[in-house]
Write a protein that binds this ligand. Sequence first.
Ligand code: SF4
Length: 361
Amino acid sequence: MKNDTKRLLEWYDAERRILPWREDPTPYHVWVSEIMLQQTRVEAVKEYYARFLEKLPDVAALAAAEEDTYLKLWEGLGYYSRVRNLHKAAVTVMEEYGGVIPGTAKELRKLSGIGEYTAAAIASIAFGEPVSSVDGNLLRVYARRELYRESIKEPVAKKLAYDYYMERMPEDRPGDYNQALMDLGATVCLPNGEPECFRCPWADLCEAHKQGVETEVPVVPTKKARRVEYRTVFRVHCGEDLLLARRPDTGLLAGLYEFPNALLTENSKLSKKEQTERSAAALETFLKTSGLTPLSTFPLPTAKHIFSHVEWRMTGFDLEVESLNPVREQALSPEGHELLVTSLSDLDRYSIPNAFDAYKY
Ligand code: SF4
């Protein structure tokens, strides 16, 4: 074992993060946690992970689960395609692998939602396969340690980092090696601001640290600006009944439920006055097309929600209507999404994304 690997593992043994999925790293546990951890902070995942496993403790339970069940368990985590793929892959494991999660990165990659990184993480942690799981953390550590000054977004950077870590991969502890690097990246070689090199087991080996240029690497090209969409949200109710819409099966927030809403504009900045005027016009159009008659209307606060490629800036109206009958048959939301009437007591059954938190009851 290379000396720097030995040092890293000793550091890991002393400093590793205690995480629920590490306590019993079965393939299913590692898989679920890795999927949840994509795009979500460790602290936020803990609670979701416990809830998910309590309800769906193994791959058979997940494969047999109804869509509403697993979507509800994912509510708040966002990026719902992750859980859809997780479910799809669980069905494949049951149907094509006899209920046994495959044990190599190569086989794991054939399952929905499992990319190169996740396959390597599961294979190394749960099955002990010596394969490096290069993610953003590992790329950053590599770029700093070797003072790699090219963009880490290019595939060649990943390949170089992969080879670099594979050269140092310990045969007997591949999972711990990958997790040590993940921990190093997440807790010491920090992504934003100054890394805490004084706590790093590789400080004397690190080129960026030796030259005092830790914050100059990794090189990451600036991202394209997010598209901004202005929307008006309609919270429509009649007594205990209220109106929801179901989003289409593909695209942003696919298959989830929402308060009906209208797109006011995208790509052009609206002043507060313009936003108010367009919202009022959208309300008028909505009432006309839906046939709903309001008994009372009052404005709701503005809210903002940021997705990876788009930002919603919202205004809203609370509408108490005379009856919801006009929309029970065939009406669509302003966005063309299927409307449905439910009751306040049943609201919990529907997965409504966090984007609508400001308008939830
Ligand atoms: S010495 Fe500092 S910059 Fe280099 S790998 Fe360690 S934490 Fe990162």
